[in-house]
Design a protein around this ligand. Structure first.
Ligand code: SF4
Ligand code: SF4
Length: 556
């Protein structure tokens, strides 16, 4: 397959070379080496668009690799990717800038009592970089005969409502100028026809949302999102030795909510030991935040300035950075076919973050992404001769793998916090399955004129952040960030909220040009999609840029 061809036909097409999509490809090849599997991905190279904490529960990875790759744990790549096992697991409550309390014993007690919070125990899990994990899985898949191609951006799915099946996907046109005119290097986006289409493009993917809409899939509740901003910091020998390998910290409270100051945002900070004197430091904040001048990077700055964090990273060098959304809505927000309850429809399957398989009580979704890939690979193998039933078989295997059962244990956690805020919602969520399903708003509806009370005195340096994310797009291509109605920006948003997209976009894409908010720097975009879900007038659409654009994460 190449950019020059006009039509391609493949048996199984997987959109998205992340852990879910690659796990599906590996499982398929393991079950049937002759099946034709093609994985397309919009990133320039393996793992380039993958960012996570990450702490990985090992069970799913063993299930995927134990019978496919003999002695995989002994390979140099595995040792490099799976940095270490969690040996020191801390959950901190930060009531203020200088105070911290380790509440892991409370979490362990909750685990014994089988309360939702108890799932937040990470001892024995792997600390890893999802970008490196993805790159490694890509090598394994290629070694088994899977064709993994990068730089292919998919913009639409051909779905036939009459048959209820999809016939293929359409790649984006390449070589248009800023005004949409064809340049000399113009190549029309080809259609790739496929018998089975697996959508595994990550959180809030363009293709997934188009498919959900076209095929009439429904969610029981609106999807909720958070955004994570993360830095990889190289620290001194002394600081790293003090922090220690195998050490993970999850912190809640300061600087996004405290009993005294509010302001009541859901989320928290993370610190993971990444080996080679590197500590990953991040801040994850639910997009249902209220203050209109809030930027998650400001919260990251304050977190880094907290006495507990500062001792380990002060003077360190930020060597990589990035941002990504997480689907947090959980069990209620899984899109399903109303007729069959399948997570997909006939020959189209939704995997990993595209389906929203994140367990917010664990703060993890990577294991479920891999499980969904395994279920998809097996379901496809079992239904190659009758692809109308693939999505249902996939859903049956997901059930057998325990994915839904796990998601159900956390189904009321994030919803309750969204409804009542972290101070009331988190204690209330202990009631777990006895709670009703609450009616919640979309994240963008939650923005108010409130102000973030802990703004750092120094403006966050988004230019450096974007530079170390190594993001780039062709400068001449059409802007992929569409402000649908620019009059809303001026007439409604500026005076009331002060154009929050300018503040919260982690890459400084939005600017005011002659008093008109514009997506002025689209080439800086990190593909986090925050703007699409947090513009208070739901006025931004993220469309896919040309293939190979975006960040080039290596160790995120
Ligand atoms: Fe406001 Fe959205 Fe316009 Fe930005 S794009 S100024 S957030 S309405
Ligand atoms: Fe994220 Fe939107 Fe900014 Fe791109 S423009 S980095 S998708 S908030």
């Amino acid at each position: 397959m190449s950019n020059d061809s006009t039509l391609n036909q493949v048996s199984v097409l997987i959109v998205g070379a992340g852990p879910a999509g690659l796990s599906a490809a590996i499982t398929l090849k393991k079950a049937d080496p002759n099946v034709e599997v093609v994985v397309v991905d919009k990133a320039a190279g393996p793992g380039n668009h993958n960012l996570s904490g990450a702490v990985l529960e090992p069970g799913a990875l063993h299930k995927l690799l134990d019978s496919a790759v003999p002695d995989w744990q002994e390979s140099d790549q595995a040792k490099k990717v799976l940095v270490s096992k969690v040996e020191k697991d801390e959950v901190l409550f930060l009531p203020g800038k200088n105070l911290s309390f380790n509440i892991i014993s409370m979490i362990k007690m909750a685990a014994k009592m089988k309360l939702g919070f108890g799932q937040m125990v990470h001892h024995g899990d792997y600390i890893c970089s999802i970008a490196q994990l993805t790159s490694w899985l890509s090598d394994i898949a290629k070694g088994m005969g899977v064709e993994v191609v990068h730089g292919f951006a998919v913009e639409d799915i051909h779905y036939d409502a009459a048959t209820g099946k999809a016939t293929g996907v359409k790649l984006i046109d390449q070589g248009l100028d800023k005004h949409g005119e064809k340049q000399c290097n113009y190549v029309a986006g080809e259609t790739i026809e496929a018998d089975i289409i697996v959508i595994a493009e990550g959180c809030d993917g363009l293709l997934a949302e188009k498919f959900i809409d076209k095929a009439g899939l429904k969610r029981q509740a609106k999807q909720l999102y958070s955004v994570g901003v993360k830095e990889m910091i190289r620290v001194s020998d002394e600081q790293y030795a003090k922090f220690g390998d195998g050490h993970v910290v999850h912190a809640m409270g300061y600087p996004i909510w405290t009993p005294v100051i509010g302001p009541g945002m859901f989320g928290g900070g993370i610190m993971y030991a990444m080996g080679e004197n590197r500590i990953a430091v991040g801040m994850i904040v639910g997009l249902d935040w209220h203050p209109c001048d809030f930027n998650p990077q400001d919260a990251l700055t304050q977190f880094k300035g907290h006495a507990f964090v500062k001792q380990f990273i002060e003077g360190g060098e930020v060597i990589e950075a990035g941002a990504k959304m997480i689907p947090e809505g959980g069990f209620y927000a899984i899109p399903r076919d109303p007729a069959t309850n399948a997570v997909g429809k006939s020959n189209v399957l939704l995997l990993g973050d595209s389906a929203g398989f994140v367990n917010m009580c664990k703060i993890k979704g990577l294991h479920n992404a891999i499980e969904s890939g395994i279920a998809a690979g097996n379901a496809i193998c079992q239904t190659l001769n009758n692809t109308s039933g693939t999505a249902e078989q996939y859903t049956t295997l997901l059930t057998e793998a325990g994915v839904f059962a796990e998601m159900e244990t956390a189904k009321n956690f994030r919803q309750t916090v969204a409804k009542f805020g972290p101070l009331q919602g988190m204690p209330l969520s202990v009631l777990g399955k006895w709670l009703p399903q609450f009616d919640i708003e979309s994240d963008w509806q939650e923005l108010t004129t409130a102000r973030y009370r802990l703004k750092p005195s120094v403006k966050f340096d988004k230019d450096t952040f974007t530079a170390v994310a190594a993001t780039e797009h062709r400068e001449e291509e059409p802007c992929h960030l569409i402000i649908q109605d620019e009059t809303i920006c001026v007439e409604k948003c500026l005076s009331k909220f002060g154009a929050p997209c300018i503040t919260f976009c982690p890459a400084g894409v939005y600017e005011k040009i002659q008093d008109q908010p514009k997506a002025a720097n689209p080439s800086n975009c990190l593909h986090c999609k925050t703007c699409q879900r947090k513009c208070p007038f739901d006025n931004i659409r993220w469309t896919v840029p040309e293939g190979a654009g975006g960040p080039r994460y290596k160790t995120m």
